[in-house]
Ligand binder design. Sequence first.
Ligand code: FAD
Length: 386
Amino acid sequence: MSERRFELPEELQELRALVREIAERKIEPRAAEIDESDEWPEDVYRILVDHDLMGVGYAEEDGGSGGGSLAFGVFIEELSRVSAGVSLAPIVSKLGVIPLSIAGPEAHRRECVRGICRGELLMSYALTEAGAGSDVAALATRYGRDGDAFVLNGTKRFITGAGISQAYVVFATKDPSLRAKGISAFLVRKDDPGVSFGKAEKKMGIKGSPTREVILSETRIPADRLIGEEGGGFGIAMKTLDYSRPVIAAQAVGIAQGALDFASRYAMERRQFGERVADFEGIRFMLADMAMKLEAARVLTYRALAACDAGDPRATFHSSVAKCFASDAAMAITTDAVQILGGYGYVKEYPVERYMRDAKITQIYEGTNQIQRIVIARELLKAFGG
Ligand SMILES: Cc1cc2nc3c(=O)[nH]c(=O)nc-3n(C[C@H](O)[C@H](O)[C@H](O)COP(=O)(O)OP(=O)(O)OC[C@H]3O[C@@H](n4cnc5c(N)ncnc54)[C@H](O)[C@@H]3O)c2cc1C
């Protein structure tokens, strides 16, 4: 058995079984084709909506099916086990809702969550710019107040879901020289004036999930679309990542599990020198190392998700630890899965090369793993006067 798991409450085990059944039956058969065409799979998104899966992790009073971060993480893990690209529709919608959950306004939060759960709304999170990647405080998208409205101008880069999402959380500054203190967050709608999208990026992996620029040109929005306080945007962006990084960890765990399952099955079937390749010690030890890394990644991921649910003050630390470890583990595990398949791992006939390409992005987005190590060390050293 390739999977041994941290014990989850019964309802989460049931959720996992349900998502796995739907994912294997309805999404896995489409995964290679989505990877090949790189087109947004509206039909697969509808499968998630029709099975009420877009409501996983949202409160029942908001139209969700309940559960919190841990439930959402299990859902994302199982989707990513068959298609990481597909998992990004719920991932980025959640990423878009978190700032509203942290800072309001409540009416917009409720409306957005209801829309997501019903399959009427997808959200995106627009922080990155050409000159502001890891250094978020360098962002240059400007906003100004004009009576009872805000007017935004600038270009956000690498925005997941751009073009298909109906709502965007956009971070902008009133004066770039103020750095972090000048940044505010806004809810922008696709149909607001002056909103357009750049060309779709041609990516290494997570195909089927569009990544484009979001261009704002004299985009005028009502003042009640300000999220939280003016000047509070940087803090909201960072707190949002505390909640969302464990979800990327869950995505990485799912990708790694898909690769390990495939490689284990293959090693039991493929014969060379008159034996199953799984009987060679060199291969067995590789599988053992992969399983160890995956198990550690999963436990750290669930711990970070549980920390988010509990409002643990150490959530920043746990989130970065989980995201960094799980994504590094996924990269190593998927690379080893390709190795176990030999030449067959390198060709598109089998899914392991896709898992390897998909794993790479988990080390990059929502803060590169260099940035995660900076966060982890900073949190660690706080206890020592750092
Ligand atoms: C497919 C995809 C989807 C994305 N989706 C979104 C999205 O939906 N919303 C959004 O806002 N952004 C999104 N991003 C942006 C992503 O979060 C950034 O690409 C990432 O944070 C890194 O920024 P950068 O690419 O500008 O790299 P840079 O910041 O230019 O980094 C270049 C290199 O320098 C390293 N580095 C930078 N600073 C330091 C430091 N202080 N110490 C050590 N090393 C450092 C980095 O780790 C990296 O290796 C997406 C990106 C991609 C590729």
